[in-house]
Design a protein around this ligand. Sequence first.
Ligand code: GTP
Ligand code: MG
Length: 340
Amino acid sequence: MKSNKPRNKTNKYNSNPKGKKAPSAAKIQHAESRRRRQNSAPVTNKSASENSQYIQWFPGHMTKTKRKIQADLKLVDAVAEVIDARVPLSSRNPDLPSMIGSKPTVILMNKCDLADPKSTKQWTQYFKERGIKAIELNCKTGSGINNFTAAVRDVLSDKIENWAKKGMINRPLRVMVVGIPNVGKSTFINRISKASKAKTEDRPGVTRGNQWFTLSSGGVTIDLLDTPGVLWPRFDDQQVGEKLAFTGAVKDNVTDSQQLALRLLEYFKVSPMRMFCERFGLTKEDISEKTSFELLEMIAKKRGMLISGGEADVERASIMLLDEFREAKLGRITLDKIGD
Ligand SMILES: Nc1nc2c(ncn2[C@@H]2O[C@H](COP(=O)(O)OP(=O)(O)OP(=O)(O)O)[C@@H](O)[C@H]2O)c(=O)[nH]1
Ligand SMILES: [Mg+2]
């Protein structure tokens, strides 16, 4: 089933505000079942480093996908590597260069609508300085999509010239679309081909096999090969794993949502964003003086998320916090900083 909708379009956790519609039974059930899937670690007031968890997600189908990508590489002229603008480095698979060799590559920095616009410009410049063709995209609206064909023609200019010499004019350009899970590969294909043929959903691991799509753009025919998202066997830097869990590239049920939310709060403690503070009625003093766990409790209480005895339902608040981060309701945040 196709679903392009962001998770929790309405705020199902905003249980208390006066006059607001109560969440439906189906939504509550969905939230409950998602909660049950989490590994239920005990709630404690741990220090920052104690909240970190070992994250790894490399199921068997990713090994198969890697092989399939390598096998199909001979069928394409170029590669479009889709990355997440909120994590432009962490969302680049370090195994990709060895998988695709010297195939001309264009980077599609997607989900720019969720990232900090200033950081996105800096990242575009970063890639440019390294001789890497990168374009900014928002596949929700289609912004930036018109630059794709020119970018592909640019990285293939030598090839196109050679084809022309051999009389091959208007030869279709074949491009393999690759990237980590849930970055919007299939959404990009649907958007550029003005069709909804590729299955998309707001969870990682939706596309399961390589599939071709053909489109015409500015008199150029492009064959796009959609591929399943691939991660790598081990995150050497666990912060990378965490960032990919925050953005939804790692399956939720392999992480502990409370620990993840506490780690996310640590980012906000370092850079307290105005939108985040306002959303939960937190002051700068709260952010600097409280522990992440205390902040999570405050957030839960502000949203009326309580368990019996009036205690904060931190587990529920954790899931809500992660969802709201993913929808940029806490601000447009880029987690990878140049120079980190
Ligand atoms: N906000 C925002 N959401 C996007 C954008 N592009 C895609 N999405 C959403 O991201 C989610 C994942 O999109 P998919 O196209 O299924 O991602 P994928 O990379 O094909 O994922 P896998 O097939 O699982 O590897 C969907 O909910 C999309 O609607 C974008 O530019 N901005
Ligand atoms: Mg897909």
